[in-house]
Structures are given as C-alpha cells and as structure tokens.
Design a protein around this ligand. Structure first.
Ligand code: DX5
Ligand code: ZN
Length: 221
C-alpha cells in the first residue's frame, strides 16, 4: 500500500485544524510532522505543545520527523504527545542503535532518515531495528525546495538492500520536493511513503490530496 503523508510545515498554522481536516477528509490517513531544532537544521519549526494540540483534532497516523541533534533526549516526550512513528536522522545520533531501541521501547514505530549526501550503507546495520527508512530528497530544513535527482538512485538502492535482507515490508519514505509531476518516478524507484508539503497545502489541500491518491491508485494497478 502506498501512503500519503501531507507535511503540515506548508500549512496555514492559523487554521491548522481545518488544514488537517481538509487532507484527512480527502483520504490521507497520515500526517507528517517536521520538528526542527535550529541546530541540526538551520530553521526552527514547532515542538511538543503543537503536537499535543493537534493530536486532539485527528486520529490520523502521526509520523514525527525529528530534525533535531541527539533526538534521544526527546523520544519519550514526543511519544507522549501522540507520535505513532518517530523518525530520527542517522547523522544526528551519537548512539543511533540506542536511540532506535528507545523509540521501539516506547511502543512507537521507529524510522531512520538519511540526508542526500549520506550513503544508504550508513543505515544497513540498524535496518532490523526500524520500520521505515526515510531517504531525504532535499537537504532538510525548509519546505518548497526542488528534489535532488541523484537521491532517486538511493531510493532504488534502499529498496534493493531491504529486499536482499528479507525486509520486504520496510516502509521506504521520500521527503522533499515531491510534486504531482515527479511522484510517479519516485514510486517507480521503490518508495511507498510519500511526504509532500507545498504540493498539497499550496492551493486546495483537499483537491491536491485527491490528485496524489489517484496517482497512487493508478500506480498500484
Ligand atoms: C524538509 C521537511 C519536509 C518538508 C517538505 O526539511 O522534512 O517534510 O515539509 O516540504 P516540500 O514538500 O514543500 O518539499
Ligand atoms: Zn519531513
């Protein structure tokens, strides 16, 4: 199954409840939440109080993408805010293994993310500890950037690697610069969890969500 995760980073924060209802009402089952610390990435986005507030307005699956240095410090708190999956960057964890084990211990699903310049091999040792690999298709930190083409080859490599290790149910996520025009290519490369911010929330979020989901149905058939 292909999953759409609208990233609320591109939403209108003054109408966040409405924006989330627009995408879930149109069929999105999950929401992507970008937590940025201003250190691992240049910008600062939002944190626990916002997650707690929006948890009350939807039952959607919450995938929290932590662009935070040493995220192990916040794993339990983020889980308590209602995260269903917590995804951390390999580059941001001194002890990646312990961080992923802690995420699983809280009962959340675990994800590991890699920046464009980080090779896929970096996550090979921890694949048995995660439910999702996030292959960043832009340098993280901002919405509205263009997808970096060489990252699609990394998506292919990740899918191949997981298959070769018998991890066929691994979620392979792509985040950054996804558009209605390039999403087919991304699916062909082997991704099955698609994050999209500006392509959903710029314009009619419900209508854009339906367009993505229609492409997913076409690709699956
Ligand atoms: C970027 C974030 C993304 C961002 C994607 O650092 O991780 O989730 O919201 O936004 P778009 O789809 O606009 O590239
Ligand atoms: Zn993200």
């Amino acid at each position: 199954m292909i999953i759409l995760e609208p990233s609320i980073l591109a939403a209108d924060f003054s109408r966040l409840g409405e924006e989330i209802r627009a995408v879930t009402g149109a069929g999105a089952d999950a929401v992507h939440l970008d937590v940025m610390d201003g250190y691992f990435v240049p910008s600062i986005s939002f944190g626990m109080p916002l997650l707690t507030s929006i948890r009350r307005c939807t039952d959607a699956f919450f995938d929290v993408h932590m662009m935070v240095q040493e995220p192990i410090r916040y794993v339990e708190e983020i889980r308590n805010c209602g995260a269903d999956l917590i995804c951390v960057h390999a580059e941001a964890c001194r002890h990646l293994d312990s961080t992923l084990r802690l995420i699983r211990k809280t009962g959340a699903m675990a994800g590991v993310a890699i920046n464009p310049a980080t090779p896929v091999e970096a996550v090979k040792p921890v694949l048995s500890l995660v439910d999702q690999v996030l292959v960043m298709t832009v340098n993280p930190g901002f919405g509205g950037q263009e997808l970096i083409p060489y990252t699609l080859e990394k998506v292919r490599q990740t899918r191949q690697l997981c298959r070769s290790l018998g991890l066929s149910s691994m979620r392979i996520q792509v985040d950054g610069g996804v558009t209605l025009a390039n999403v087919r290519q991304i699916l062909e490369a082997g991704a099955d969890v698609i994050v999209t911010g500006s392509s959903v929330f710029r314009g009619d979020a419900g209508e854009n969500t339906r367009k993505f989901l229609q492409i997913f149905r076409e690709s699956a058939s």
